[in-house]
Design a protein around this ligand. Structure first.
Ligand code: B12
Length: 449
């Protein structure tokens, strides 16, 4: 079959993100199908999909839906209308079967099937599209194929795939030059899954709780492939890179052994690291450690079910700085248990974390399949019938959003490295300008004074 996979994500903040998921989906199909990827970022305009559809004449069109919204309560952006426009255009130009997938889709399958009028969707891992195509080709029933959803059928996430998940065909990606020219950042995965229980987080639902590790040597080969393709930096997209300490260290050693030379970044839980952990990471090329810290109040960390306490954050921070890394912390204020005292404890605690950037989110988006969802329903903040496609945010009963923001803005005043939200348009403009001048990487280190 001829399969056209469309990357619909055109958000360029904090920077354009290479559509890694589609490389994996395409890899799973290539042996039996003629697969093409069309990336709207690289095309520059979704109208340019039309000539591609006309000339390729696909049997199946797959739309990858990564982001539903930007999860920033103060500067909200929804991407759903843009996806509707693309789906209409596909329907107007081809009779092809329309299939949806991607992390955003996995969070809202019922809603997105409805809104986009798609034929099928794949929840969870998109490699399963191969099974759907096989059933379509053989005209056997699709109902019951794990992961395949229809407008009326079940939306159960199937058991996670076992792997292996290496990426094979990066060099053939026609959209690669766009990412090399806009920041030079590519990405890779070293494992799938998240074993943590953070009450607000979607990752265990999207990727499964069970960790499935990629062989460190295979991850290193992937990194070398990115390097050879011209990447100047890569991001490891694992939910939490150090969720399996030994594996993350084995990956770092494999990078060193294989001769990976370009810098990289990853997301870490600020747990107390073993001796020499960040020093090894730095030798392997890690330059940017992004910590999912959320709060420095132990009572709040406990309510959020985080796997660490405030003392661990200080240990992780110190170890990362001493290894010469750029450090940032992401904070999530205003969830269950937050009050004036806990905000005070967090803000004054942060003053004790030198030479880093803080990104603050002052409201927790409520997602289905999370404990926060159940709390919000029990507390009457939403009802079981509330659609969450339109973002809804949890509000602590003990302190208002405005109260948190006022306190935060007062404390952050004049400090460039205290960023509220993702930084909005002004941050996007600064980053775009730095990329034009040849800088690469996430660039938030430029805010550290
Ligand atoms: C790593 C990551 C980042 C990194 C990306 C770095 C990089 N260079 O790649 C950073 C930190 C920059 C980032 C930023 C943002 N992110 Co983010 N990110 C992730 C994360 C943890 C992993 C994404 C990933 O690459 N996975 C690995 C690849 C291989 O998997 P995948 O893309 O999902 O593809 C698989 C399946 O989805 C499926 N699939 C994909 N496409 C298709 C298509 C078809 C047709 C089919 C059948 C299947 C299919 O098959 C693939 C292989 O199995 C996810 C959460 C998660 N665990 O999934 C959030 C996530 C995608 N991010 C999210 C958001 C909101 C953002 C931001 C908007 C946040 C912000 N306010 O700045 C920005 C947007 C950036 C941008 N320009 O798009 C949300 C999206 C949901 C939503 N509410 O919209 C997620 C789901 C997290 C969450 N809150 O739930 N992110």
């Amino acid at each position: 079959m001829k399969v056209l996979l469309i990357s619909t994500n055109t958000l360029t903040t904090p920077y354009p993100v290479y559509p890694l998921g589609l490389d994996h989906v395409a890899d799973a199909l290539r042996a039996d199908h003629d697969v093409r990827i069309a990336d709207i970022n690289a095309l520059g305009d979704d109208n340019l999909l039309v000539p591609i559809i006309d000339s390729f004449a696909p049997d199946v069109v797959g739309m990858s839906l990564r982001n539903i919204d930007n999860t920033d309560q103060r500067d909200q952006k929804s991407f759903v209308a843009g996806y509707q426009r693309i789906a209409h255009s596909v329907r107007n130009h081809t009779e092809a079967t329309l299939v949806l997938g991607g992390s955003g889709f996995t969070l809202f399958p019922r809603e997105m099937m409805e809104v986009l009028g798609a034929d099928y969707g794949i929840v969870g891992e998109g490699e399963r599209l191969a099974d759907l195509l096989k059933a379509m080709a053989e005209k056997t029933p699709v109902a019951g194929i794990p992961g395949v959803v229809t407008r009326k059928g079940s939306q159960e996430i199937p058991p996670p795939l076992a792997g292996p998940f290496g990426r094979k065909h990066l060099m053939n990606s026609p959209h690669l030059p766009y990412y090399l020219e806009h920041g030079g950042m590519l990405n890779l995965q070293t494992k799938r899954g998240c074993p943590f229980n953070c009450i607000y987080c979607t990752y265990p639902h999207i990727e499964g709780k069970k960790l499935r590790l990629i062989e460190p040597e295979a991850a290193a080969q992937d990194a070398l492939q990115l390097q050879a393709a011209g990447a100047e930096y890569f991001y490891i997209t694992d939910s939490v890179f150090n969720s399996h300490t030994a594996h993350s260290m084995a990956v770092a050693e494999a990078f060193i052994e294989a001769g990976v030379k370009i810098p990289w970044g990853a997301f870490f839980a600020p747990v107390a690291p073993p001796e020499g952990y960040f020093e090894l990471m730095a030798r392997a090329g890690l330059t940017h450690a992004e910590f999912g810290t959320e709060s420095l109040c132990d009572a709040v960390l406990k309510r959020y079910s985080k796997p660490f306490c405030a003392t661990d954050v200080f240990k992780a921070h110190k170890a990362a700085l001493e290894s010469g890394l750029h450090v940032s912390h992401f904070l999530l204020l205003g969830g269950p248990g937050e009050n004036e005292n806990s905000i005070e404890e967090t803000l004054t605690g942060l003053d004790g974390l030198p030479r880093c950037v803080f990104f603050f989110f002052t409201a927790l988006r409520i997602y289905p399949h999370t404990d926060l969802y159940d709390m919000a329903v029990t507390e009457g903040q939403i009802s079981a019938s509330t659609s969450l496609l339109e973002p809804r945010f949890y509000t602590s009963r003990e302190i208002s959003q405005d109260g948190i923001l006022a306190r935060l803005e007062k404390h952050a005043e004049g400090r460039l490295n205290w960023v509220v939200g993702a930084g909005g348009e002004s941050m996007a403009r600064i980053v775009a300008r730095l990329y034009e001048r040849g800088h690469t990487g996430p660039l938030w280190e430029h805010l550290i004074r």
